[in-house]
Design a protein around this ligand. Structure first.
Ligand SMILES: CC(C)(COP(=O)(O)OP(=O)(O)OC[C@H]1O[C@@H](n2cnc3c(N)ncnc32)[C@H](O)[C@@H]1OP(=O)(O)O)[C@@H](O)C(=O)NCCC(=O)NCCS
Length: 174
């Protein structure tokens, strides 16, 4: 098992592939998925592909990034989780952000928590990663619940300057 291929009971976390572009575009075109992401706008297929390109570039540059998540035994992308540099809130740097986004058909089964816990374990054993935070909009109750379930604690309120929406920041206690 390579360092960028992780397995849980039900899921595989891996680097992104060509075949992920179409299902990822469908996830990001869903207004329910995007409700609490930035200003809540859905993405075009081109924007979603651009994001995958940025995820892969981050992996190459930092040695950590956002994993494509698939169900074990399928080749089906269901979402992402993993680590990103929260450059949109520079006051949080050099902390690294853990985040997630899953297709609606796969909500409510505990996949996001299962994947995020594995990504957090990856972050904790990565020498390049120090403090770990997670950021979400206060209405995003499911994300707040995941943050608490994987062991993060409330740190502070803030504003996402890219969309002027309020956010809550959670942090992994030392
Ligand atoms: C956030 C997201 C990944 C959660 O997916 P999920 O499949 O519901 O996640 P899980 O099943 O692992 O766990 C979610 C937890 O939140 C709870 N939850 C889910 N929706 C909820 C809601 N509307 N109100 C209250 N609790 C909720 C679940 O009950 C579960 O907690 P529990 O195990 O204590 O019962 C999914 O909703 C998503 O992809 N949303 C869009 C993208 C997004 O907002 N990403 C984060 C941006 S910061």
């Amino acid at each position: 098992m390579g360092p960028h291929l992780l397995e849980t009971e039900r899921l595989v976390l891996r680097r992104w592939r060509r075949e992920d572009h179409r299902p990822f575009a469908a996830i990001c075109a869903d207004p329910d998925v995007m409700e609490f992401v930035g200003n809540g706008s859905t993405l075009t297929a081109r924007q979603a592909s651009g994001l995958i390109g940025r995820f892969e570039k981050a992996w190459d540059e930092h040695g950590y990034g956002l994993f494509a998540v698939e169900l074990r035994g399928t080749n089906q992308l269901i979402g992402f989780t993993g680590l990103a540099r929260p450059g949109f809130m520079p006051e949080l740097l050099p902390s690294v952000e853990i985040g997630w986004r899953f297709g609606k058909a796969h909500w409510g089964k505990g996949y996001a928590t299962e994947a995020a816990a594995e990504a957090l374990a990856f972050a904790i054993r990565s020498p390049a990663i120090g403090e770990i935070v997670s950021i979400c909009q206060p209405g995003n109750v499911a994300s707040t619940r995941i943050m608490r379930k994987i062991g993060l604690e409330f740190d502070r309120r803030g504003t996402d300057p890219t969309c002027n929406r309020e956010v809550v920041v959670y942090r992994l206690p030392r």
